[in-house]
Design a protein around this ligand. Structure first.
Ligand SMILES: *[C@@H]1O[C@H](CO)[C@@H](O)[C@H](O)[C@H]1NC(C)=O
Ligand SMILES: *[C@@H]1O[C@H](CO)[C@@H](O)[C@H](O)[C@H]1NC(C)=O
Ligand SMILES: *[C@@H]1O[C@H](CO)[C@@H](O)[C@H](O)[C@H]1NC(C)=O
Length: 488
């Protein structure tokens, strides 16, 4: 979600917690599974092939598009389908936001995401503990329960998984599946990722995230495995910065970034931005990439905008989406090139409004979905590494990992290419665009705003009901299949 999402996990004010955790853990019934991995497709709303057979709710959700990425969980006995936002920047799972606290299309979206009725589940256990979760924007008061949870289409059913049911929430329009560090780091109970591993749903405590480019219209998350058809060559290991040494002291996927640069369209001289050698964390729960103001302004200047608008967005010329430039994120051993089109949020309207996928932030320095769509990432929570490569797309071959030790030998099957790159040059040169394009400025920025920051919070919807917030890439984790084995 937005800036906020990332924060979510940050502040847990009332942590009553855990009195009954020990009991819950003992009660876990382990089911064994052979596959060792579970994969969910991440699908764009415009991909008709995938959506025709799905229920309406999924299609609607897809409209959230590149604002947020969702997975479908089946909770309880019998299973109840509920969509939750996939968030590498937080740690806990909770469902049932109060949809009346959001307005407009946010409410409609919220209501269609599905609710879990605890009364209807024969396997539910109430733990009698509560917690207040606060995010940058939005909050939720939850009561902890345990119940059976499976991923739609998967044979893996996890028993006695602890999660929260919201008794109240503000400015959030879906539940959240935090897939960051859990037990021993941020929670005093095994979170969803911990349970997948503990109950043999996966053989490694690691997962792959390949959101997919706007044009590819399909991405994937593989719990416990990799998909070698989503990148080329080898993966590069980036050690996760330990919480104690990280900027916010929170166990997140903090890594050292060496620089951000820009390769303008038409082969112009590339350049590197000052002050971009900084730690960043990878946050699928944030629509936008958040950077220190000086750095964000310098990048925006190359898109023809001197300063952000009142809501913190850089409105740029939509012509940039058709030019061949890239914004280049350099790490030790690998540079992820993000095509302008992927870095830009296109908000449909008349006229279409475009916003740089970067916002200035005093509080957070994170690479959100506008970066992650162009990267292939494996999050290894056992060995504290992120393995990364430029994203590509040459099919889908999800495979289980037997051990995280195999990661150095994993090779992507695709030819080298920058997904989403615009072949022809054309495009406006770097400084080309007029800072402010025409048209309904206020509304436009409003619409975009929502997405960015918050996929979550209500905000925008209200101020600009006419704006369509669907931007292209949607997500939905639905069908799941079994995984193959890696062949070396
Ligand atoms: C979702 O998108 C479809 C097609 O673009 C549109 O017809 C529908 O009204 C949208 N639904 C919502 C809830 O925005
Ligand atoms: C959650 O509980 C706290 C403390 O009781 C309260 O101050 C806060 O307003 C509640 N949050 C919501 C969204 O209702
Ligand atoms: C998980 O699977 C492995 C081998 O497949 C087995 O040895 C182990 O006992 C299982 N763990 C549990 C908790 O059942």
């Amino acid at each position: 979600m937005a800036p906020s999402r990332s924060l979510r996990s940050l502040v847990c004010l009332l942590a009553s917690c855990c009195a009954r955790l020990a009991t819950a853990i003992v009660e876990i019934q382990v089911k064994q599974h052979d596959e060792g991995c579970i994969h969910l497709p991440i699908i764009h709303s415009t991909n008709v092939r995938h959506f025709t057979e799905k229920r309406g709710v999924q299609l609607k959700l897809a409209n959230r598009s590149d604002v947020a990425y969702y997975a479908q969980l089946s909770i309880g006995t019998p299973p109840q389908p509920v969509f939750v936002q996939l968030d590498t920047g937080s740690f806990e799972l909770w469902v049932n936001p109060d949809c009346t606290t959001v307005t407009g299309s946010d409410r409609a979206f919220c209501e269609r995401a599905g609710r879990f009725d605890s009364q209807l589940s024969s396997t539910l256990d109430s733990l009698g503990t509560t917690k207040e979760l606060r995010y940058g924007i939005g909050s939720a008061n939850i009561s902890y329960v345990t119940d059976t949870i499976s991923l739609a289409g998967s044979r893996t059913a996890l028993q006695s998984v602890q999660f929260g049911i919201a008794s109240a929430s503000a400015d959030t329009f879906s539940g959240i599946l935090g897939i960051g560090y859990g037990s021993g780091y941020t929670t005093r109970y095994p979170n969803f990722i911990d349970q997948l591993y503990a109950q043999n749903g996966t053989r490694v405590k690691a997962y792959t995230l390949a959101l997919g480019s706007k044009d590819a219209q399909e991405g994937i998350i593989v719990f416990g495995g990799v998909d070698t058809s989503k990148f080329a060559g080898g993966l590069v290991r980036l050690p996760v910065i330990p919480a104690a040494k990280s900027p916010d002291s929170v166990p997140r996927f903090w890594v050292d970034m060496l620089s951000i640069g820009i390769s303008p369209p038409g082969g112009g001289a590339s350049r590197v931005y000052e002050g971009s050698n900084i730690p960043v964390f990878l946050d699928s729960g944030s629509t936008m990439t958040l950077l220190p103001a000086g750095l964000a302004n310098a990048i925006a200047a190359d898109f023809g905008v001197a300063a952000p608008d009142a809501k913190g967005f850089y409105r740029i010329d939509c012509g940039f989406t058709r030019s061949g430039g890239t914004v280049d994120f350099k790490f030790q051993g690998v540079t992820v090139k993000v095509p302008y089109k992927e870095m830009i949020r296109e908000v449909p309207g008349n006229p279409m409004a475009c916003f740089l996928g970067i916002q200035p932030s005093e509080k957070f320095v994170l690479l959100g979905d506008t970066f992650l769509r162009s990267a292939y990432t494996v999050f290894d929570l056992e060995n504290h590494n992120v393995w990364i490569s430029q994203a590509a797309n040459c099919g889908s071959t999800p495979a289980a990992l037997n051990s995280a030790q195999d990661l150095p030998s994993v090779v992507g099957l695709c030819g080298n290419q920058v997904v989403g790159a615009v072949a022809g040059a054309g495009g406006s040169g770097s400084a080309a665009g007029s800072g402010s394009s025409t048209g309904g400025s206020a509304d436009g920025s409003g619409g975009a705003g929502r997405a960015p920051g918050t996929g979550v919070t209500g905000g925008v919807g209200r101020s600009s009901p006419g704006i369509i917030r669907t931007l292209g890439v949607a997500v939905v984790g639905v069908a799941v299949g079994s995984c193959g084995s890696l062949i070396w």
